[in-house]
Ligand binder design. Structure first.
Ligand SMILES: Cc1cc2nc3c(=O)[nH]c(=O)nc-3n(C[C@H](O)[C@H](O)[C@H](O)COP(=O)(O)OP(=O)(O)OC[C@H]3O[C@@H](n4cnc5c(N)ncnc54)[C@H](O)[C@@H]3O)c2cc1C
Ligand SMILES: NC(=O)c1ccc[n+]([C@@H]2O[C@H](COP(=O)([O-])OP(=O)(O)OC[C@H]3O[C@@H](n4cnc5c(N)ncnc54)[C@H](OP(=O)(O)O)[C@@H]3O)[C@@H](O)[C@H]2O)c1
Length: 458
């Protein structure tokens, strides 16, 4: 599969300057392509570019286009320790004068990404305040999938530009568009309803009775933050079999934080009725029910569709067989160690585009996707979790497509110890742990020593 030459340099448009788009730009340039990154925001960072102003956003994200990209709230800290976060060749170092915690706040990761940009001189490749409004094939009959039209708007001048590229890499993220449940009475409930996408600080909920829907990371983080601010917090979960860590939090705050099953219906008098017949009068409901994939700018003539959060068909979550390799996606998988995985995707895409490597035939890619879907269905995985990977083996096998280094053992182990700690000690896992020996191993590895002392002088 590997050939020596790199005969083709492509003109590539990368959409988005978050962690996926930045590393895509870096890898494309390294492979000899000319890449332009179009970013709707004023700076890099994607989700990590905190946006405190959310008043213009529809609280339930029902408008066709969102005003705000980042769903980060003010108090947000990483769920995984900093050692495992970095791209393979750019460790997430502790820097004096900055947030030096092992599980730092969101700003520290933003600063890491800025350092990454600086180190690899990526800023010159990015056009900021440029929102992509349309991506489609240029005259399919004439060029097939070889040329793409990208229409973007400069947000300051409102000027619309149309450009033609050989390839497009979509790196627009998928934690912005609210995924909402359907609940009887939701449309007519007159009190405050919002999605965690626009939750920023607990203050607006002072002395309120708040129902928090969903007990995954956003739901538990927000519910815990509301303790001591809101009058009561009612946490509605799909299952009442909850992890030990959450149980401990509930017992500690049993007067104010109460677990319920799913909501049955909402009533005009403000009542929220749960499926076990219990009910509360609530002032606010915060839906922490996750996010949906959405590509409002993308016209693929139905060759890529989003069906209940399954983006497909995509070969290895990256290439749509009918449009590959000129259209690709970075960052679709969830439940992975993000940055190194995005890096491996970017490297593979860059090498496929240059002709250094080739993809299997259309038939073989489609067969592989079919087998993958069948295996997920057989395992009882709901469609909306198609891109939840949760497998180091998968990441390693994926990396083999472009001889990407396998995840270091310490990285895998540190990931697992943090997950285990968060399950049993939800409230404290970011500040108290017992895997210091593994941290030492990480710090002595080449991942951390490769840049030398220079790296600390940014
Ligand atoms: C609340 C929250 C907490 C999280 N915590 C963690 C964590 O602790 N650890 C972790 O690893 N991950 C975490 N994540 C996941 C996080 O999304 C990823 O770490 C990472 O940001 C994904 O990078 P990305 O580049 O794929 O997408 P994003 O970071 O979403 O970046 C996408 C970029 O595309 C741009 N864009 C979108 N549409 C357009 C358009 N039409 N035109 C131009 N530009 C466009 C956006 O402005 C944005 O800059 C969290 C996510 C959320 C929401
Ligand atoms: N760094 C941090 O501290 C932090 C904080 C928040 C979020 N994040 C990240 O952000 C991403 C999104 O996390 P998230 O928590 O917002 O979304 P999420 O992980 O998708 O979780 C949403 C939860 O809501 C549940 N749900 C859906 N409908 C429901 C209903 N009607 N009633 C009760 N529960 C319902 C879902 O159950 P099903 O899964 O069964 O549908 C799921 O458990 C994740 O990658 C996460 O790691 C990180």
């Amino acid at each position: 599969m590997v050939t020596e030459r790199n005969p083709y340099s492509k003109h590539v448009c990368v959409i988005g300057a978050g962690p996926s788009g930045l590393v895509a730009a870096r890898e494309l340039r390294k492979e000899g392509h000319s890449a332009v990154v179009l970013e709707q925001n004023y700076d890099i960072g994607g989700q990590w570019l905190y946006e405190p102003r959310v008043e213009n956003e529809d609280p339930l994200g029902k408008n066709p286009t969102l005003e705000v990209h980042s769903s980060m709230y003010a108090s947000l800290r990483l769920t995984s320790p900093r050692e495992i976060m970095g791209y393979t060749d750019f460790p997430f170092l502790i820097k004096k004068g900055r947030d030096m915690r092992r599980f730092p706040g969101h700003k520290e990761l933003f600063l890491y990404l800025k350092d990454f940009c600086e180190w690899f001189k990526l800023r010159e490749m990015i056009r900021f305040n440029t929102k992509v409004e349309y991506v489609g094939m240029l005259d399919f009959a004439k060029f097939g999938k070889e040329k793409w039209v990208v229409r973007s708007k400069d947000k300051k001048s409102e000027k619309v530009i149309e450009e033609v590229f050989d390839a497009v890499v979509v790196a627009t993220g998928h934690y912005s568009q609210p995924r909402l449940p359907t609940i009887k009475g939701m449309d007519s409930w007159r009190r405050r309803q919002m999605h965690s996408h626009i939750y920023r600080v607990p203050d607006p909920f002072r002395n309120e009775v708040v129902v928090v829907v969903g007990n995954s990371l956003s739901g538990t983080d927000i519910a815990m933050e509301l303790v001591g601010v809101a009058k009561e917090i009612h946490l509605s979960a799909k299952s009442l079999e909850i992890p030990e860590g959450l149980s401990k939090v509930l017992s500690k705050n049993q007067k104010y934080l109460i677990l319920h099953p799913q909501i049955e219906s909402l009533h005009e008098d403000g009542r929220v009725l749960f499926i076990d017949g219990s009910w509360v009068f609530a002032d606010s409901i915060i839906y922490c029910t996750g996010y949906s994939y959405s590509f409002p700018f993308l016209d693929t003539k139905e060759m890529v569709v989003v069906d209940d959060d399954r983006v497909g068909p995509l070969y290895e979550h990256t290439f749509p067989p009918s449009l590959a390799p000129s259209l690709s996606f970075v960052g679709i998988p969830r439940k992975i160690i993000g940055f190194p995985f995005f890096e491996s995707q970017a490297k593979w895409i860059a090498q496929i585009l240059s002709g250094k490597r080739t993809l299997p035939s259309w038939e073989d890619m489609m067969q592989s996707i079919k087998e993958f879907y069948n295996s997920r269905d057989a395992a009882g995985v709901p469609k909306h979790k198609t891109h939840d990977i949760a497998s180091f083996e998968y990441c390693d096998k994926y990396g083999d497509y472009c001889e990407f280094p396998r995840l270091e053992e310490w990285r895998k182990e540190l990931c697992l110890t943090a997950v285990k700690n968060s399950i049993t000690n939800l409230e404290t896992y970011r500040d108290s742990w017992d895997d210091d020996e593994l941290v030492q191993v990480a710090h002595q590895s080449t991942h951390f020593t490769q840049l030398g002392p220079e790296a600390f002088d940014l």
